[in-house]
Design a protein. Structure first.
Length: 258
C-alpha cells in the first residue's frame, strides 16, 4: 500500500516539484568537466615523438598507456542510499534511493518505479533530506535560504547538520576535481583524474547570521563573543582540544544552555 501511494505521489507531485532533468553526471557530461573524455587509449599527439614512420606516407599512431583512470567520486556516498526528502511545499518522500552529488551540489533521485531513471531534484524546492548509510549512520542535510551571509553561493547550498539547537554547527561538504597531468615536459606526473573531499564549517546563530569557522575553540568563542569568559572556562574545565567535531558540539551545547 505504501509503495502504491509513493508511486502515485511521484507521478502527481514530482512534475511540479522536481527538476525534470536526468542526472547530468550520466547524460549531460559534455556540458561539464568530464574526467574520462579523451581517455580511450588513442589520445591526442603531444609531440612528434609520438608519430613514427619512414616517410611522408608511413606514419604509425602510438598509444599512450600511462593514464591510470579516475580516482574518487563526485558523490558524498558512493552507492545509492535509502533516504527521506522534505519539500518546501510540505510533501515528504520516505525510503527512496538518493545520492548527493557534492561536486555539483545536487540531490539525485532514482525512480525505481520509472525504469530506474535518475533525475535531479530542484534544490529550491527542498527543505531538507536525510541519507541512511549501510553502516547505520544517518546524515541530515538542510538548506538555509534565509541565512544572513555575504556569500550568496551559500544560500542555495546544502549543509550537513552536526548540531542544531539555539545555534547550529554546519558542515558544507564539497568535492574538488583535479585532472591528470603527466604529458607535458613540466608536468607533475600525476597519471589519474581525481575527485577529492573538501569541507568547511559554519556557525548559524539564532538571528540567522551564518559565520564561517575553523574547528578550534578560539574561532568558535570569537564568533560567540557575548559569552567568551564562560566558554573559555568550559573549554579549560572539560579539557577540549577540538581534534574532533564532538568538542565543537559540546561547546555550542554549553553556549545554548547559558
Amino acid at each position: 500500500m505504501k509503495l502504491t501511494l509513493l508511486i502515485s505521489l511521484g507521478v502527481m507531485s514530482f512534475t511540479g516539484l522536481l527538476a525534470q532533468n536526468r542526472d547530468s553526471v550520466k547524460v549531460n557530461a559534455r556540458h561539464q568537466i568530464n574526467p574520462n573524455d579523451r581517455r580511450n587509449g588513442y589520445e591526442t599527439y603531444q609531440s612528434t615523438d609520438q608519430i613514427v614512420g619512414s616517410g611522408p606516407n608511413g606514419m604509425i599512431n602510438t598509444i599512450d598507456h600511462r593514464y591510470e583512470g579516475l580516482r574518487g567520486t563526485p558523490y558524498f556516498l558512493t552507492d545509492w542510499t535509502k533516504g527521506q526528502i522534505e519539500m518546501v511545499a510540505g510533501l515528504n518522500y520516505t525510503n527512496v534511493p538518493l545520492k548527493f552529488n557534492a561536486y555539483q551540489q545536487q540531490l539525485v533521485l532514482l525512480r525505481t518505479w520509472a525504469g530506474n531513471d535518475s533525475i535531479l531534484i530542484d534544490a529550491s524546492q527542498v527543505k531538507k533530506f536525510t541519507l541512511n548509510s549501510s553502516d547505520g549512520q544517518t546524515y541530515l542535510f538542510k538548506r538555509f535560504p534565509l541565512a544572513k551571509t555575504g556569500d550568496q553561493t551559500l544560500i542555495s547550498s546544502y549543509f550537513l547538520v552536526l548540531y542544531e539547537g539555539k545555534t547550529a554547527l554546519l558542515k558544507r561538504i564539497t568535492k574538488t576535481f583535479r585532472q591528470a597531468d603527466y604529458k607535458n615536459p613540466y608536468s607533475i606526473d600525476v597519471r589519474y583524474d581525481s575527485f577529492r573531499d573538501a569541507f568547511s564549517y559554519y556557525l548559524l546563530k539564532s538571528d540567522q547570521t551564518l559565520t564561517k569557522l575553523k574547528l578550534s575553540g578560539k574561532s568558535i568563542i570569537d564568533a560567540l563573543s557575548d559569552r567568551q569568559d564562560e566558554l573559555k572556562a568550559f573549554v579549560k574545565q572539560e579539557n577540549l582540544n577540538f581534534r574532533t567535531e564532538n568538542d565543537a558540539i559540546l561547546l555550542l551545547k554549553r553556549y545554548d544552555s547559558l
